[in-house]
Design a protein around this ligand. Structure first.
Ligand code: NI
Length: 166
């Protein structure tokens, strides 16, 4: 079990677009395991993207069943090369990020999404998610394109909040 250090803003790694996985690379299975261990080492953390642990590959791990927010989560998800193929509706939700530990922000997202990608065994997977889990998917997939929730804030004056403790 390895808990990986989290890359924090303003490290330029977080602004870099990640490469898709085109073949099974050595070490990727272990990286995914380490990402999952890292995720569960942070209370209430529901998602982590590979660039947050310093690897510029299109991998996210998500587990919204760890949150107390109401939703019907898929539980533990590993997605390689995830792509949002459909989005519907609009909502604003307060978001946080391990890479921006001192802030939260109100971010406008789609209410529901369909995400297609590969699972841990490189088997194609299609996730239909809504509400909180849909927001988490959008947040984590943004990380793969070098986008942080701060980049999606409409007003830095009224939509960003300083956290007292994480
Ligand atoms: Ni994040």
């Amino acid at each position: 079990m390895s808990i990986l250090p989290i890359i924090k803003y303003p490290n330029p790694i977080l602004k870099t677009s990640c490469e898709p996985l085109r073949q099974e690379l050595p070490g990727v299975k272990q990286l995914i395991k380490d990402m999952q261990d890292t995720l569960i080492s942070h209370p209430f953390c529901v998602g982590l993207a590979a660039p947050q642990v310093g690897t510029l590959l299109r991998i996210v791990v998500i587990d919204c069943s760890r949150s107390r927010k109401p939703c019907q989560p898929h539980g533990n998800l590993v997605l390689l090369n995830p792509v949002i193929t459909q989005r519907e509706g609009e909502l604003v939700m307060r978001e946080g990020c391990l890479s921006l530990p001192d802030y939260t922000g109100n971010v406008k997202r789609a209410v529901s999404v369909i995400v297609e990608g590969l699972d841990n065994d490189a088997i194609p997977k299609k996730i239909v998610a809504e509400g909180f889990e849909a927001v988490v998917l959008q947040h984590e997939i943004d990380h793969l394109d070098g986008i942080l929730f701060l980049d999606r804030i409409s007003s830095l004056k009224t939509d960003v909040f300083r956290r007292k403790n994480y």
